[in-house]
Design a protein around this ligand. Structure first.
Ligand SMILES: CCCCC/C=C/C(=O)SCCNC(=O)CCNC(=O)[C@H](O)C(C)(C)COP(=O)(O)OP(=O)(O)OC[C@H]1O[C@@H](n2cnc3c(N)ncnc32)[C@H](O)[C@@H]1OP(=O)(O)O
Ligand SMILES: Cc1cc2nc3c(=O)[nH]c(=O)nc-3n(C[C@H](O)[C@H](O)[C@H](O)COP(=O)(O)OP(=O)(O)OC[C@H]3O[C@@H](n4cnc5c(N)ncnc54)[C@H](O)[C@@H]3O)c2cc1C
Length: 576
């Protein structure tokens, strides 16, 4: 056993709570843990679909590998295991999938949100079986945030009972939609509806963009990949230009609004329902795209920091693990706390969303404004805190943190995108501010928007802390687990307060002495939590396969893994 493995084993021997009990709590119960692990075993034992190291792959290889794994998953693995796309297992499977995130996670749910019963009956089975592959095409090259500024039009042609979809200029071209560039043959396309010259705002249309046999773009369609990005390299985010493309009247997804054959426009629900898809995604993507990513980065950085020996705490004494340095504990442990605290706050948000969908089934959408405010605020605060944290955790691993061998750069590049898609964070914070604090006059408003952004961040952080604190109080668990969760709650709250002492001092909420006490309390908590560090990240239960990290493997064998990984570099195929 290597020295590093022995160090981790010794660390695990001093954890003072039951790790499995905490894993069960994090998962939502022992049965959930069992289900998640069963899915992980199925995935990891199938060479066709198990996670692999994509660090050395080209962009094209990553895209092809992701598509191949996903199609195998849905066409072979699910039927073999007797699972369907809506089985509980699939939510755990999507943790492993790197492709068709928009087809499965946006296109299908939006079809269910916007489609009539007949339209769902027509397209849902095809989408579930990958006979049609869809994207969600809303953002344009010239507009993403300002939905009312979207330029693509859908003009009703009464004579032929068709809509003519058109991008009037280059800035109207759809730009960014995931799975669009090479995979999708259909688009759930958001366009400005026009009837007899009158504009009715943004509406959802089902548009076929590629031939189902040849996969070639249909007439009037120009489509392709937008090129390399910061991350999401497995995904073919694409562009889509439509030049006078005709679709049947029946392709307006008409759960909330309809155009009769004679061109009469009929609304069936609030015009705000068109925003519903964005509320849903903001409410449910945080766990999978931001918090889970932070948990992976914490697992890697904590395990590595416990085995990375560097320098002496006392001259002449043996080298210590970098985790013994208070600065390293300050870099790492508040983000371990954040993972736990935000995980449970996101759970509360998605529960609130599910409750809203039940109310909506009874035609009650009175809860939408509050849910919009909370989901917009949470999406902005959690995605920013998590992605900022992942970068700090990457840097805490020194040089090896800068290598794809660590696994953290890929984790960060995927998580940070969450600050932009589904509503750019600043805009989301201002939406929350407007709904929580009311809309002042536009000029007073713009002048105070910088402060309002900070007020909303504090408002949401308080929601996160109070949600977790009340959750712990009600939680039935052993005393050691409750104790460590209370420490994590206090650590997250104190780290947020200590990051903003200026604000508290400015308004006289805290005295300088109290600020000192808060700082000392945080340092004391770091020392209390330090002995449990490895247990806290082990409890996230990320397999080595899922982490894809030479620094964060369960056995701590960092150096053998690093060297084996480097030798796979294509540059090493020749000595000269
Ligand atoms: C696995 C990873 C997959 C990643 C997939 C990514 C997909 C995408 O990124 S899809 C594209 C996402 N794009 C956006 O989120 C666009 C963001 N912009 C907006 O949501 C809106 O433009 C806005 C909210 C920033 C502004 O809305 P707008 O209508 O232009 O103007 P107002 O602010 O005056 O709002 C009018 C009215 O509507 C209410 N409202 C706005 N949004 C929502 C909502 N989501 N839910 C409910 N209600 C909403 C707003 O409160 C106003 O109401 P009143 O005050 O009553 O008039
Ligand atoms: C990885 C990824 C995947 C995506 N997938 C999809 C997809 O599948 N489908 C899809 O339709 N779109 C998708 N998008 C697009 C995404 O939804 C938009 O990029 C996002 O909504 C932001 O809009 P924008 O790019 O126009 O930014 P802008 O709105 O142009 O933002 C630029 C700057 O302007 C500021 N700003 C803009 N408006 C205001 C305002 N009112 N007040 C204050 N500041 C403002 C912003 O804060 C920001 O700092 C994806 C994007 C990414 C990065």
């Amino acid at each position: 056993m290597s020295r590093e493995s022995r160090l981790l084993e010794k660390e695990r021997g001093q954890v003072n709570f039951n790790v499995e009990e905490l894993t069960n709590i994090y998962d939502g119960g022992a049965e959930e843990t069992k289900l998640r692990r069963k899915v992980a075993d199925v995935i990891q034992n199938d060479p066709e679909v198990r996670c692999k190291d994509i660090g050395m792959m080209t962009r094209e290889e990553r895209y092809i590998d992701g598509v191949r794994r996903c199609v195998y998953l849905y066409k072979v693995l699910l039927p073999r295991e007797g699972w369907t796309p809506v089985s509980k297992e699939v939510s755990h499977i999507l943790r492993f999938c790197m492709s068709f995130g928009v087809h499965a996670g946006v296109f299908i749910p939006c079809l269910l949100s916007f489609g009539s019963d007949e339209q769902i009956a027509k397209w849902l089975p095809l989408a579930m079986q990958f006979q049609i592959i869809g994207t969600y095409a809303q953002t344009e090259m010239g507009h993403g945030t300002f939905l009312r500024g979207l330029q693509t039009t859908a003009t009703y042609d009464k004579k032929n009972k068709e809509f003519v979809i058109n991008c009037p200029e280059i800035s109207a071209m759809k730009w960014w939609p995931g799975d669009l560039g090479k995979s999708a043959n259909h688009a759930l396309l958001m366009a400005q509806l026009v009837i007899d010259g009158k504009k009715y705002g943004m509406h959802p249309f089902m548009v076929q963009i590629r031939d189902l046999t040849t996969h070639m773009p249909l007439p009037g369609i120009t489509v392709g990949d937008i090129g390399n990005k910061v991350g999401f390299e497995t995904t073919d985010n694409g562009f889509l230009h439509l030049n006078q493309v005709r679709i049947p009247r029946e392709n307006l997804l008409c759960k909330n609004a309809e155009v009769k054959p004679n061109g009469t426009y009929l609304t069936k629900a609030s015009d705000k329902m068109v925003y519903g898809s964005m509320v849903r995604l903001r409410a449910i993507i945080l766990e999978s795209e931001a918090v889970s990513a932070l948990g992976k980065a914490c697992t890697i950085a904590v395990r590595y920091s416990l085995v990375r020996c560097q320098g002496e705490l006392e001259p002449g004494k043996p080298e210590v693990s970098v985790m013994e340095y208070m600065t390293q504990q300050k870099k790492l442990l508040p983000y371990v706390a954040m993972t736990y605290v935000t995980h449970f706050a996101c759970l509360k948000l998605s529960n609130q969303y599910n409750a809203f969908t039940r109310e909506m089934d009874n035609n009650d959408i009175s809860g939408l404004p509050e849910l919009h405010a909370l989901s917009a605020g949470m999406k902005a605060v959690v995605s920013e805190q998590c992605s900022d944290g992942i970068e700090i955790l990457r840097k805490s691993c020194g040089g090896h943190g800068y290598s794809n061998a660590s696994g953290i750069p890929i984790i960060w590049s995927s998580a940070v995108a969450c600050c932009t898609y589904e509503g750019e964070n600043t805009v989301m914070l201002l939406q929350c501010a407007r709904l929580v604090h009311g809309m002042a006059s536009y000029n007073a408003w713009n002048q105070s928007s910088v402060e309002l952004v900070n007020v909303v961040k504090a408002h949401i952080t308080q929601f996160i802390v109070t949600t977790f604190a009340s959750g712990i109080t009600e939680l039935e668990c052993t005393k050691p687990v409750k104790n460590v969760l209370q420490q994590l709650c206090a650590l997250y709250a104190l780290s947020c307060i200590n990051a903003s002492t200026g604000d508290f001092l400015k308004v006289g909420y805290l005295s300088p002495r109290q600020c000192d006490l808060a700082h000392e309390a945080e340092l004391e908590l770091l020392s209390c939590i330090r002995p449990n560090a490895v247990g806290l990240v082990d409890a996230f239960d990320f397999s080595d396969d899922l982490l894809q990290s030479c620094l964060g493997a369960y056995d701590g064998n960092v150096y053998e893994r690093l060297f084996a990984w480097a030798k796979k570099s294509p540059l090493n195929k020749t000595e000269v």
